[in-house]
Design a protein around this ligand. Sequence first.
Ligand code: ADP
Ligand code: MG
Length: 564
Amino acid sequence: MTKQTHAFQAEVKQILHLVTHSLYSNKEIFLRELVSNASDACDKLRFEALDNNALYEDQPNLEVRVLFDAEAKTITIRDNGIGMSAEEAAAHLGTIAKSGTREFMAKLEGDQKKDANLIGQFGVGFYSGFIVADRITVETRRAGAPETEGVRWSSEGTGEYELETITRATRGTDVILHLRDEETEFLSTWKLKSIISKYSDHISLPILMQKEEWDQETSKQVKQDDWETVNKAAALWARSKSDITDTEYQDFYKQISYDQEAPLAYTHNRVEGRSEYTQLLYIPKKAPFDLWNRDKRGGVKLYVKRVFIMDDAEALMPVYLRFVKGVIDSADLPLNVSRELLQESRDVKAIREGSTKRVLGMLESLADSESADDKAKYLAFWTEFGAVLKEGIGEDFANRERLAKLFRFASTQADEGVSFADYVARMKDCQDKIYVIAADSLAAAKASPQLEIFKKKGIEVLLLVDRVDEWMLSHLYEFEGKELQSVAKGAVDLDKLLDDDEKKAAEAVAEGFKPTLDKLKDVLKDRAKDVRVTTRLVDSPACLVVDEGDMSGHLARMLKQAGQ
Ligand code: ADP
Ligand code: MG
């Protein structure tokens, strides 16, 4: 075939226009996209070669090479993958076959305001090369095709491309970017290496670059004949669990979290089914300084088929698990997924639900473990992150029971570590509610006069002294059918807790105090809703309580402090 000129499909023209005009601020992604295509091409060869081993020709080692020529101002991304026939080059590099892309375009064009934002996060694959290049030449030969059936595709990224037949000895593809004059910063080993390690470290194929050495005479870096692998070339999470040591898991955690300490726990799973993904999730030992910033993005990185997509993909984890670090690698999501699209994706929803369950499972296995070591680990976790986990009660309705089981409190019987289940197991026969009191501090809670009758009767009361506890109580009404009752609210129904004699005595006292009560009500009529004789006090003469539906004294004080 002699050189022929073809027009791009209309959508390609639009994409090219959008890409070159809108993606400029994030131009280095061209390398991620082209390396990812090269890696896909190798995956495809590996797959086709399952049935036809001859496709490997005499090159069984799949690899990607990135080279540049400072004088010619070119960067070449070379792979020995599947390659393309002339028809494939025309179809794949001249049209957009995927329907998803069309929808995405429609969306981009429909909503002008969002354009810049959406396109900024839209990896546009092959065409992103035109951000930095004013001409791209692709030289390729399909694996298994004769040398004479090589193809050269070339375009300036405007309206058309050229296609011609060439002779090409090696299978696979060279994508040659002829850089614009102002993009020569990319003609540097250091620059290219740093982009590769940022985006493509976990591509499981080796990415090779030519070694360089400093030449004293010319004061220049001079390229050597040997090549070195510049990426890590192995995605830890993609390897099988049985091949990974504990130290490797810990090193990887330190690398992604910048935490010096080892993690408290981790979980690594490959999930198959409607949604296919791998998760490697860690719980840190110590809370970061900005744990309380709910706007802070989570610590989970998103990969699609081992290609890095984004850091802190908050859609992958609920906010109350924002302390979790790790990687999720999806086999279903498109590489060009944006944060906006993540929020809407059903695959992402499935991933979030699955990952939440995994994290809760990890915590449960520590909390419920027979081993004292694990239990201590769980308490340490609770001290660091308990208050954040409590947010889940209002946020994650589906998991509220599991969450409530993980909660730990102080009580009148132990200063820490009391679960609802512990409490319920110690409940008295006459008792049908879980009694709680919220206060600013453990000391204040313990000194509360409202506890007197409970102490006397030997009934345990949970002491809630976390800032979020009051808020939590407004979302959590019961545990396993037992109502949560604040002892500082309303007329706590204590009748069931009293024996007959005590009841009689109480009635007699109430009768005797009637005149006093009437006087008090009169004096306090503007300042108290009601004045009652109570059985809840043993030593103190009086205490303040709030009405059932009202804000508790503790919450009122907190809001006042916050200036509300
Ligand atoms: P995507 O990778 O999402 O399919 P791209 O725009 O990145 O979209 O690439 C378009 C198509 O071009 C690919 O699907 C593939 O068929 C073809 N292609 C691109 N680069 C290569 C390559 N290095 N080797 C073989 N085929 C390629
Ligand atoms: Mg691609």
